[in-house]
Design a binder for this molecule. Structure first.
Ligand code: C5P
Length: 304
């Protein structure tokens, strides 16, 4: 008997070029105006038939990835199987390149990747709308991992509208030692804004126009992350990383999502190389990675 074929899906990381955060809602979530941009750092999720749901992971940070049912990839397989009344009999292998717990939606990427891989493996042909519904159930950032490109997320970030992007943007991402818990960063945001009248989050027209025009200088001036103060409060050492990247020539620097990965917008690929080298040499981060945007969403790769 020949070995059963697997399905591999490649899924991008994201950076939030604008993350406007409103006050905490009664359900504990925060209303957002979340401008997502997919970047060219990818995880790959491979689904193969198995007797029961199992997960393995490879990559430099593999030891930090949970291999139980708390992994969003496992939950994606379970939710999809439940929708179709079948058993989630699958082995999921994650080749992890996106920083873990870094504010780049690596866990969400694996959820979206597993969903698409299982759908193809099981020949379910689930509609895009249902896949997006399952993504939203998995987590606020998961729908964007499926869709990729650029999008504005409202609600808790899961209600997406695609955005036009007029050109490539170049980035460097500085990966910190250790992760930051997203709920802890939102909790710190609540603490820092206690007694403050937090405005309704809205997308910046200047930022949306910079994306549409592919204008790096304009985007650099418009980058904004309302979680940055909270991430810096929990991890003050990130300030030195932001300074090191700016001093090395980045046009702008900000915390990526809830951190602790920091993002540096640079002029071109050459600047990305020199800023990445300077950040690595600065000793203020574990490693630095160059990437471009926009990147496509979750994609089934041709079988080898
Ligand atoms: O949706 P997700 O599971 O990724 O959210 C993780 C945590 O991040 C939530 O439990 C909540 O504490 C926080 N969060 C939030 N508001 C959002 C998205 C996430 O408060 N819009």
């Amino acid at each position: 008997m020949t070995a059963p074929a697997g399905v591999t899906v490649r899924v991008p990381a994201k950076v939030n070029v604008q993350l406007a955060v409103g006050a905490a809602r009664p359900d504990g979530f925060h209303d957002l105006a979340n401008v997502f941009l997919a970047v060219s750092l990818y995880d790959e999720v491979t689904a193969t038939p198995a007797d029961e749901l199992t997960i393995t992971c490879e990559g430099p940070d593999a030891d930090k990835v949970p291999l139980d049912r708390t992994n969003l990839a496992a939950r994606a397989a379970e939710l999809l199987a439940a929708r179709h009344g079948i058993s989630p009999a699958v082995h999921l292998h994650i080749a992890k390149d996106i920083p873990v717990a870094g504010g780049m939606a690596g866990g969400s990427a694996d959820g979206a990747g597993a969903l698409l891989a299982c759908d193809a493996l099981w020949g379910l042909d689930t509609s895009r709308d249902v896949l997006l519904e399952i993504c939203a159930e998995l987590g606020s950032d998961v729908p964007f991992s499926l869709v990729g490109g650029a999008a504005l997320g409202i609600g808790r970030g899961e209600q997406l509208t695609g955005l036009p992007v007029g050109g490539a943007f170049h980035w460097v991402f500085a990966v910190a030692d250790g992760g930051l818990s997203t709920p802890a960063v939102y909790g710190e945001f609540d603490r820092l804004t206690e007694g403050v009248d937090v405005p309704e989050p809205t997308a910046s027209p200047v930022l949306l126009e910079a994306l549409r025009a592919g204008d790096t200088t304009a985007l650099a001036g418009a980058l904004a992350n309302d979680l940055q103060a909270a991430a810096l409060s929990l991890r003050p050492s990130l300030a030195a990383t932001l300074t090191a990247g700016t001093e090395a020539g980045a046009l702008a620097a900000l915390v990526s999502g809830s951190g602790p990965t920091t993002a540096f917008l640079v002029k071109d690929a050459e600047a990305a190389e020199s800023v990445a080298a300077a950040l690595t040499a600065s000793g203020t981060c574990r490693t630095a990675r160059a990437a471009t945007s926009p990147a496509p969403g979750a994609t089934v790769l041709p079988s080898a």
